[in-house]
Ligand binder design. Structure first.
Ligand code: PLP
Length: 376
């Protein structure tokens, strides 16, 4: 099998599985317990927090574990807009876990403004700044688009919105950026940053939120006061240690230069297909995600034809596929025909050149079959 849907989720690294086994069999204790087993479990969490914090260049006490990035994003939007006074600004290309939260606040009558995106899925800085004003208290713009792989310059955007009002809380969804591009929160200056374990080789169901110690922030989930009173619920110790173990492995394997080379191969192969549009081709991208569309085809059919041949590819966000259509590509200005044919290839640090060449050959053959209506 050739698996090129790593932006949806990644296979779990052996190192993460070993860490999980160790916790589930030997260190299964409740980290709030005060006997040695509990203390050991608590220490494991603390070590994992330190590892992940060093990757984000923040202090360990600024990083809180959550059940997933969807929770991190819900927490950020709902509690970042704490006083519910003033307005909030959200990028038009955000993942549904930010977008739907913002829409919910809007439905409740709050002043929520959406900034336009350009054809690469990047937030349009002029639009963002035109809807941001002195009464804006919260802004959320994703770091890397899960649809197109394009990288928003969150450092510049943070600076620009804070120039309008220094009290603005800036949140970035860093799920597709973490370990794939510069994700230092120190350098970007964001106040809140969401990450998810399963995009870098940990299991699903573990995420984290960076909360700058410079801001005051409230919990979203109340209860027993775990995570320093900020996120209650018995900690997912195995998920947390697996998150750190996987992140270490991912970072060890990730080679930006190699990914760049793989991307040139990918683009070169894709361009051999007639009437092919590569989305965000010239935008700054991580190279881990490439979206494209072959006019006159249906992505779900191509995806399933490829899967029958052992080539697993994505078609936009796995979450948005449930709702049909593609909100982000439509916001980005693409017509229905392009959106209907939109596919997404996403790499892992271990993806091989031969896999890309083979996968694109299978995609190309299936596109040709479908265009010629010669299926079966
Ligand atoms: N944000 C982005 C950009 C994503 O790509 C995803 C998952 O696809 C999420 C948030 C949600 O992450 P999780 O699956 O951990 O809830």
């Amino acid at each position: 099998m050739i698996y090129l849907d790593n932006a949806a989720t990644m296979p779990v690294y052996k190192e993460a599985v070993e860490a999980i086994n160790q916790v589930l069999t030997a260190d299964f204790y409740n980290p709030s317990s005060t006997y040695p087993g509990g203390i050991r479990a608590k220490k494991l969490i603390s070590e994992a927090r330190t590892t992940l914090a060093s990757m984000l260049e923040c202090r360990p006490e600024e990083l809180y574990f959550t059940s997933c990035a969807t929770e991190s994003n819900n927490w950020a939007v709902n509690c970042g807009f704490r006083n519910k006074k003033g307005n909030i600004v959200v990028g038009g290309g955000e993942h549904s876990s930010v977008y739907e939260c913002a829409k919910e606040l809007k439905n409740k009558g709050f002043d929520v403004r959406f900034a336009k995106i350009d054809s690469s899925g990047l937030v349009n800085a002029d639009s963002l700044l035109s809807v941001t004003d002195r009464n804006t208290c919260f802004v959320s713009v994703m770091h890397v688009s899960n649809e197109t792989g394009a990288i928003n310059d969150i450092a510049a955007l943070t600076k620009a919105v804070k120039a309008k009002n220094p009290k603005i809380i800036f949140h970035a969804d860093g799920v597709q950026a973490f370990l794939k591009t510069d994700c230092s929160v120190k350098r970007s200056g964001v106040d809140l940053y969401s990450i998810s374990g399963h995009k870098t080789g940990a299991p699903k169901g573990i995420g984290a939120l960076f909360v700058s110690s410079k801001m005051s922030f409230r919990p979203f989930i109340f209860g027993g006061g775990q995570e320093n009173g900020m996120r209650s619920g018995t900690e997912n110790v195995s998920g947390i240690v697996a998150f750190a173990a996987a992140a270490k492995k991912y970072r060890e394997l990730f080679d930006a230069g190699r990914i760049k080379e793989l991307n040139s191969v990918l683009l070169c192969e894709l361009k051999k297909i007639e009437r092919m549009t590569v989305i965000a081709e010239t935008a700054p991208r991580t190279g881990m995600i490439t979206s494209f569309s072959a006019a006159g085809t249906k992505s779900e059919i191509i995806q399933s034809m490829c899967a029958d041949e052992g080539v697993i590819i994505g078609r936009g966000s796995a979450c948005s596929s449930r709702h049909g259509g593609n909100r982000v590509l439509s916001e980005a200005g693409f017509d229905a025909r392009t959106i209907d044919g939109a596919l997404r290839l996403s790499l892992s640090p271990e993806t091989q050149k031969e896999e890309i060449i083979k996968a694109v050959a299978v995609i190309a053959a299936n596109i040709e079959k479908l265009r010629g209506n010669r299926i079966g």
